[in-house]
Design a binder for this molecule. Structure first.
Ligand code: MN3
Length: 212
């Protein structure tokens, strides 16, 4: 993830809005990136506008050190920085040319820890379905490279638990409602068809390199 700082920008998608068809529809991709994510970017910039002392803080810093921020902007910065971080992570771990299953070092680690990709998938589905209301399911690694699946509510991230994100799925209704209506399980199944496993593998290797 690029360690950018104020003024934050909405990074263009590295693929066409239509490229996730038929698994994620074009309109959802467009609205999700250009409206939902844009709103988090705009609101984050707005919250920081009159606080130049935080203009060189990266997204990670704003999230992990939000308790150091002035009370009047703390919640707005934490929520919107989380929204920007999570959505960038989400969009960049999708690919129209998905390998459809894990690759590289991460593949071996998933098989070692979960028994098989199929077992991993069923635990992932269970976690993603268990999110009550709006939130995310994550694959994270700890400082020993051990994987786990967890969920967060709203725009919370695992960074604040000192865990390194590898992969995530947005289960807010705006991520799937236009195509899948209320059937989150169908969306999760379709999402598996467009996962960028090479990026997830890179995230995992990076987490070990950085000594998480
Ligand atoms: Mn979203």
């Amino acid at each position: 993830m690029k360690l950018e700082h104020y003024v934050f920008e909405n990074i263009p998608l590295p693929y066409a809005y239509s490229s996730m068809e038929p698994f994620i529809d074009t309109k959802t991709m467009e609205l999700h990136h250009d409206r939902h994510l844009q709103t988090y970017v705009d609101n984050l910039n707005l919250a920081l506008e009159n606080y130049p002392m935080y203009h060189d803080w990266s997204l990670d810093m704003l999230i992990c050190m939000s308790s150091k921020l002035p009370r009047e902007i703390r919640t707005a910065v934490k929520n919107n920085a989380g929204g920007v971080y999570n959505h960038n992570f989400y969009f960049f771990t999708l690919s129209p040319k998905s390998s459809k299953e894990p690759t590289g070092v991460l593949k071996n680690k998933i098989e070692e820890q979960f028994g098989s990709y199929e077992n991993f998938k069923s635990q992932w589905k269970k976690a993603a379905l268990s999110v009550f209301g709006s939130g995310w399911a994550w694959l994270v690694s700890n400082q020993h490279g051990k994987l786990s699946i967890l969920t967060t509510a709203n725009q919370e991230t695992p960074l604040t638990q000192n865990l390194c994100p590898i992969l995530l799925i947005d289960v807010w209704e705006h991520a799937y409602y236009l195509k899948h209506y209320n059937k989150r399980a169908d969306y999760i199944e379709d999402w598996f068809q467009v996962v960028n496993w090479d990026m997830a593998d890179r995230n995992y290797m990076k987490s070990m390199w950085l000594g998480y």
